[in-house]
Design a protein around this ligand. Structure first.
Ligand code: TRP
Length: 329
């Protein structure tokens, strides 16, 4: 039986951190075993907000591929490619823009939020308003069954489905309505307890060295009610414990809980244990990354291979779409 298809992408806006790994990547790595996965670097999407500084985006592209490969994405199991190389996405974006009512885009909650958040950038552009149309094109290009995304992307995916329905209504059934595949991943807070985000400076990066990580972990806030070592702590409100939950073996976790709540351990003891397991977790990831650092041509090889596969599927589908619109000259 043919495998079901999956499409997802990430913008190249910086190095990936543990939040990305546990929130998205870990899931992608699992999905590549079971589905026909298209994972792409959304460099055009990065341009919608970073258009004034495109050099930066270019630098982040190989880094993102390295982070993906290091985390376990395997170019022999999934299609890894760069959005701007597969120009069919742009053609489909144009076609979909013809049938997308402005109201759908203006009402999009993410559009309003991000525009307010990034007041330092002028986002009063055609491209930024059309962000979800481009995303719909990325997705529908491969007629996938599922799209693994975070909660924050759900409004965009809903719009993709609406655009697909409208296309099918106007030109006849063609696109399946792609379903979200939400990660059931536990949330990993940043070092300060807020969401882990590059812009908050509260992240641990997948490519970060252990010395730097040790400094960060040692200065992390823990259970703020625990003023002295002899006060009992509560792992349920401690900011460190979610890290243990994701990286520390279960029996050790039970020990931690006991030692913390009975005030037998101080937070430094607990942090040392975490550093041991963080190290164990990151070591294989960083080893795989070194392979690419030593052979940078591998990044190009991965992208070339993915390009060929994505291009073939995209060309076939865009041909059919042109026919639907009487654009097949
Ligand atoms: N908007 C997504 C994000 O910011 C990136 C993205 C672009 C994407 N195109 C996509 C995700 C298609 C899934 C499918 O994370």
């Amino acid at each position: 039986m043919e495998k079901k298809r999956i499409v997802s992408g990430m913008r190249p806006t910086g190095p990936l951190h543990l939040g990305h790994y546990f929130g998205v990547l870990k899931n992608w790595v699992k999905l590549q075993e079971e589905f026909h996965c298209y994972f792409f670097v959304a460099d055009w999407h990065a341009l919608t907000s970073e258009y004034a500084d495109p050099k930066k985006i270019k630098g982040f592209v190989p880094e993102l591929i390295k982070d993906w490969f290091a985390s376990g994405l395997d170019p022999d199991k999934c299609t890894i490619f760069l959005q701007s190389q597969v120009k069919e996405h742009a053609e489909l974006h144009l076609i979909l823009s013809m049938i997308t009512p402005l109201g759908w885009l203006e009402r999009n909650p993410t559009y309003k939020e991000v525009k307010q958040e990034l007041i330092s950038k002028d986002l009063n552009t055609y491209g930024f308003l059309g962000y979800p149309v481009l995303m719909a094109a990325d997705i529908l290009m491969y007629r996938p069954h599922f799209v693994p995304v975070g909660q924050d992307q759900l409004p965009h995916l809903e719009l993709t489905r609406e655009i697909a329905r409208r296309f099918n209504f106007l030109y006849g059934d063609f696109f399946p309505e792609p379903q979200a595949k939400l990660t059931e991943a536990a949330k990993l807070p940043g070092l300060d307890g807020r969401k882990m985000s590059k812009s908050y400076g509260n992240s641990i990066y997948l490519s970060e060295d252990m010395d730097s990580i040790t400094k960060k972990v040692m200065s992390m806030l823990t259970d703020t009610n625990r003023k002295r070592k002899k006060d009992p702590g509560d792992p349920n409100v401690c900011n460190l414990y979610p890290y243990h939950r994701l990286m520390t073996p279960e029996d050790t976790r039970a020990e931690i809980k006991e030692n913390c709540s009975k005030a037998l351990w101080g937070c430094v003891d607990c942090k040392k244990v975490l550093l041991k397991y963080l190290h164990e977790f990151l070591e294989p990831i960083q080893k795989r990354r070194q392979e690419l650092d030593k052979n940078p041509e591998m990044v190009t090889e991965i992208l070339d291979k993915g390009y060929a596969q994505a291009k073939m599927a995209a060309q076939e589908n865009i041909g059919l779409i042109r026919e639907k619109l009487n654009l097949n000259y």
